[in-house]
Design a protein around this ligand. Structure first.
Ligand code: FES
Length: 338
């Protein structure tokens, strides 16, 4: 959701409670000075799954500004005096005012995927957090490395990310075509990884510099923030088995300097723990390479609809595992950390 002129009155502001934008507007008109916490108390909005909380607060700030300054055309919370500050905003103000005492130096990683109609883009921004007028972080040097599935560096760039600037990079179009024998090669889909190393010029406040990778497929767009690598590789993930409508696979980024085996064991889930072993998939990850492990059961395995599976990914190295869910034809695609 975005505020300002894009919201319709019947837009849902909180899906859990069914609260609409118009109802929020009506409540705020009826009770001038209603603060954000009270709005939540009275409607229950933002108090269940909390997914709407940020958008709800933006809506609240937007409507408050419009009420106080009817001629206001552009959002600029910092420029409007005497606005009531929510508890959340006061907390962010406090956190944002605490500078990090040493320059940030943080390598982050993300898998990349590339194929027909599929690409992965890096996005980095160096803006203040959430509210206009907040202090901005220092300038950054950024080292970007893209590795193919075999761990070979296929792109290496050094960039500047000065305050109030951003970097966008088509990161996956440098990945070589899948090599025969690799998973998904028959569909022309390649995997790799991106490493983004941010080095601040000076100590400073937090900002928005955590890199995001946007995954674009013919019918969808999703994005995910990068993270550092873990020291071990032992992850579990449960999901429905619905091969007719969705395909799940896992990407493993290895931090090892030697080839390492990785295993995906798929069990039927039971309330008591992992049930019968249904499938094992084994692969070798190249040094600092990336491999995709498909969740595909043997043709003979018959499962009732919506059986829950428990997937266990293990390898003798550190690194990162992501789960991807896509349509069987890869027209829809999203990744998440596990
Ligand atoms: S969408 Fe508002 S609390 Fe869940």
């Amino acid at each position: 959701m975005s505020t300002r002129d894009t919201l319709r009155d019947d837009s849902i502001a909180c899906a859990c409670t069914g609260l609409t934008v118009n109802q929020v507007r009506g409540l705020m008109a009826e009770k001038p000075g209603l603060d954000f916490d009270k709005l939540q108390d009275e409607t229950g909005a933002g108090r269940k799954c909390t997914a709407c909380l940020l958008d709800l607060e933006l809506l609240y700030v937007d409507l408050s500004q419009r009420a106080a300054h009817p001629a206001l055309k552009k959002a600029d919370a910092a420029a409007v005096p005497d606005q009531p500050k929510s508890l959340k905003r006061r907390l962010y103000d406090l956190l944002d005012a605490i500078p990090i005492l040493v320059p940030v130096h943080e390598p982050n990683f993300m898998p990349l995927i590339h194929g027909p109609g599929i690409s992965s883009r890096l996005w980095l921004a160096n803006f203040s957090l959430l509210y206009k007028g907040s202090p901005t972080p220092p300038d950054f040097a950024v080292n970007i490395r893209v590795r193919d599935s075999r761990g070979r560096v296929v792109l290496s760039e050094q960039r500047r990310l000065d305050t109030q600037t951003e970097i966008r990079l088509d990161a996956s179009n440098v990945l070589p075509a899948s090599e025969s024998g690799e998973t998904y090669s028959q569909r022309g889909i390649s995997f790799g990884s991106i490493e983004v190393d941010r080095i601040a010029d000076a100590p400073g406040v937090r900002g928005t510099t955590r890199p995001q990778v946007e995954f674009i497929s013919p019918g969808s767009f999703s994005s995910l923030h990068t993270q550092g690598l873990g020291k071990t590789m032992n992850r579990r993930f449960s999901c429905y088995y619905r091969p007719d409508v969705e395909r799940v696979f896992f990407t493993v980024i290895s931090d090892a300097e030697e080839p390492r085996p990785v295993t995906l064991n798929v069990h039927e889930y039971t309330a008591q723990g992992p049930g019968p072993l249904l499938h094992t998939y084994e692969a070798i990850v190249s040094p600092r390479g990336t491999v995709a492990l498909p969740l595909e059961l043997d043709a003979g395995v018959q499962l009732p609809p919506d059986t829950i599976l428990e997937c266990h990914i293990q390898g003798a190295m550190g690194g990162k595992v992501h789960a991807a869910c896509c349509a069987p034809d890869f027209s829809l695609l999203a990744f998440d950390h596990i």
